[in-house]
Write a protein that binds this ligand. Sequence first.
Ligand code: MF3
Ligand code: CO
Length: 278
Amino acid sequence: MEKESYKDYIQRIKDKMEYHKQKGDIVPDFSLIKTPWQIQQIKAAAKLNTEVLNFVQSNIKVGMNTQEIDDLVYKFTTENGGKCAPYGYEGFPKNVCTSINEEVCHGIPSRLKKLKSGDIINVDVSTIVQGYYGDASRMFEIGEVSEERKRLVKVTKECLKLGIEAAKPWGYIGDIGAAISEHAHKNGYSVVTKLGGHGIGLEFHEEPFVSHVGTKGTGMLLVPGMIFTIEPMINVGTPDVVIDKYNGWTIYTKDGKDSAQVEHQILICEDGAEIISY
Ligand code: MF3
Ligand code: CO
C-alpha cells in the first residue's frame, strides 16, 4: 500500500473530527492540532526540560535550600540554550516551582526553605526553547522518608501512568480524570480538582483544561496532534486547597496534610499517547 500523504492524513483527521462534531462531541479547535514542525520543536523543548529535571535529580540533597534548586535550574537551562518559563509568567518571581510536603504546587524557591530528611518535594520545571514549551515535574524523597509518604508518592506516580494510558486518540478527556481518580480513591486518597493539566506547546498554558477527576466518555475529544500535560495532585486528606495570602501563588492543602504531584507532557498519536517528557 502507498504511504498516505500529509494532505490526505490531515483530511482524514478533519473528516473524523467533523463526524464527532455532528454527533455532538466537544471537538478541539483545529489550532490545537500541532503540525509536524511544531511537534518537532515542542519535543526539543520537552527534551531539554527532561535534562533539567535529570540535572536536579542528580544534585538534590538533604540540607539544600530551594533557592539552590532554582539556581541549578537557571544555570543548566540557560547554558543549554533554553529559558525558564515560570520566570515572570503572570508575575511568578522564580525559575521553577518547588513544593514541599503539604504544599500542593507553585511553591516559590527560597533560601529560607531547607530540605530536611523525611521531606517529599515536587520540582516542576518548564522550559522554553526557540519559543516552544516543555513542562514536567517529579517527586523527590529527601533522606529517610516515612512509609506513609513513600506510599503517597508511589500511588501518585501510578495515577499519572494510568491517566496517560487512558489518553487515547478519539477517546475523551474525561477518560483521563476517571482513571486517575478511581486509582487515588481506591487507595484512600483524594484528588485536587481546582487545578489541572493543560494544553501546551506554542504557549505555556493552552486549551484544554485537563481535569484529574472526570467521567469516562465525557469532555473534549482527544485528537492526534494534541499536546497537553497530565499532572495529578493527590492528597492524603481532603481535596480542598488554599492559596498563600502573602505570595499569591503557593497552593497548600487546607487540612495541612501531605500532597504529591508528578507531571508528564504527552502527544496524542494515532496509536496512543506518547510521553514526550522522557
Ligand atoms: N508548571 C506549572 C504548571 O504545570 C506552572 C505553573 S505557572 C508558574 O502549570 F508560573 F508558577 F510557573
Ligand atoms: Co504544567
